[in-house]
Design a protein around this ligand. Structure first.
Ligand code: CTP
Ligand code: ZN
Length: 152
């Protein structure tokens, strides 16, 4: 890549979430619970040219790896994403996200009457369906607003 093309600098140790659907970078940060107050070095590229996607977003986080439940939720908003683990400037692991059958304990149900919103602690569980995710308890479907209901 030529000097003119380098938009976001390389990281030393951490995670690069690449091939994120354009427009989803801030939702990726929301899923990771990153708002800057953690003190981690974070770079975000938006609408960066991509051979595969035309345009893509990219998120680089120094000093942080992702949990499986974070990756599961990421796959719902960025199904083409690649998760690159970087150590000492080298990509040591590269994984495509895969759509899980369901996600437990990471999304909150928007239905105020849902049992998962009662005082009794009931862990949320959403099935992944064609057009979004569906609450196992009350069948409420989350579509475009998944990122607004992250509870990790
Ligand atoms: N990257 C980084 N810091 C590093 C190494 C890599 O920020 N020290 C970034 C690269 O800029 C790229 C991503 O991590 O966005 C993946 O790196 P690499 O596998 O080297 O790039 P590609 O081969 O282009 O990846 P792919 O085949 O997944 O498109
Ligand atoms: Zn519900």
């Amino acid at each position: 890549m030529s000097e003119h093309e380098l938009r976001v600098s390389k990281i030393r140790d951490g995670t690069v979430i690449d091939h994120v659907e354009s427009g989803q970078a801030l939702n990726v940060l929301a899923i990771l619970g990153i708002d800057g107050s953690e003190g981690l070095a974070v770079s975000v590229g938006m609408n960066v040219p991509s051979d595969r996607l035309g345009r893509k977003d990219i998120v680089k986080v120094e000093g942080r790896e992702l949990s499986q439940s974070e990756v599961d939720v990421l796959s719902l908003i960025a199904p083409e994403a690649t998760i690159n683990i970087v150590r000492e400037f080298e990509v040591v692991e590269k994984n495509r996200v895969t759509r899980p059958d369901g996600v437990s304990g990471v999304l909150s149900c928007p239905n105020r009457n849902c049992i998962t919103n009662d005082d009794e602690p009931v862990e949320t569980r959403f099935d992944v369906v064609a057009d979004g995710v569906r609450c196992d308890y009350c069948s409420t479907i989350l579509r475009d607003d998944i990122a607004d209901h992250i509870d990790v």
